[in-house]
Design a protein around this ligand. Structure first.
Ligand code: CA
Length: 234
């Protein structure tokens, strides 16, 4: 979470349709939120990076940069990765929803939507984040904060993507056990059907690079999957 919890929560609306912005602004303000606005994808990204809102409502159909790309960029940067994103779109198809969630969106609301429901969703997401803020896990030199998506290694903060974070946390939670690529795809990406397991290898490789001297903690177990090696002190 950004800012002290006693302050008002800030919600950034990234949307180009004035009617939708008005509707959201009105209802969010009534519910006690501070509201920021951006009318296109690029400026939305800039405002998110500069102001670090507590939540973002992101429309998919935007000028300058599409909502999907905005979401991808938000979720791939350490400074904005932990901000919950609620995607807003006219497309109500399940495939759009799945695509949005795969990009790391935290929730999804299809237009036309009830502003009251939108407010409830945001409150729900923020409440969940706050309850998990104290959810810490420490293993050897690793310190994880599930609430803020922060990982410290030997005290230094690592800049991980959300996927890398989830991979690391899952392997650490089950340290000493081998997790198959299918396990990881299902639990980290949320795929219920078998997808390309090379995706896992690519992300593991990047994650290892970021672990530097501790990369060997993440073991490849041939033809089985991956394991976080538990040290004697863990
Ligand atoms: Ca739009």
């Amino acid at each position: 979470m950004t800012g002290p919890t006693t302050a008002k929560h800030t919600v950034l609306i990234i949307e180009d349709e004035p009617d939708v912005i008005d509707l959201l602004r009105l209802n969010l303000a009534k519910a006690g939120f501070r509201v920021l606005e951006a009318r296109d994808g690029l400026s939305g990204l800039a405002v998110a990076r500069e102001k670090r809102p507590d939540a973002i409502i992101l429309d998919l159909m935007l000028p300058e940069m599409r909502g999907e790309e905005v979401c991808r960029q938000l979720k791939s940067r350490g400074s904005t990765a932990a901000i919950p994103v609620i995607m807003l779109t006219a497309k109500a198809q399940a495939s759009e929803r799945v695509a949005g969630l795969e990009l790391g969106a935290d929730d999804y609301v299809a237009k036309p939507f009830s502003p009251r429901e939108m407010v409830l969703r945001i409150q729900g997401i923020l409440r969940r984040l706050e309850t998990s803020a104290s959810d810490r896990l420490a293993v050897g030199p690793f310190e994880i904060d599930r609430g803020s998506f922060e990982v410290r290694l030997d005290g230094a903060k690592l800049d991980l993507t959300v996927i890398e974070f989830k991979l690391l946390v899952m392997l650490m939670e089950k340290r000493g056990r081998v997790l198959s690529r299918e396990d990881l795809l299902r639990d980290v990406w949320g795929y219920h059907r078998l997808s390309n397991s090379r995706t896992v290898d690519t992300h593991m490789r990047r994650l290892r690079t970021k672990l530097g001297d501790h990369a060997a903690r993440l073991e490849t177990v041939r033809s089985h999957g991956y394991r976080f090696r538990a040290g004697q002190e863990d």
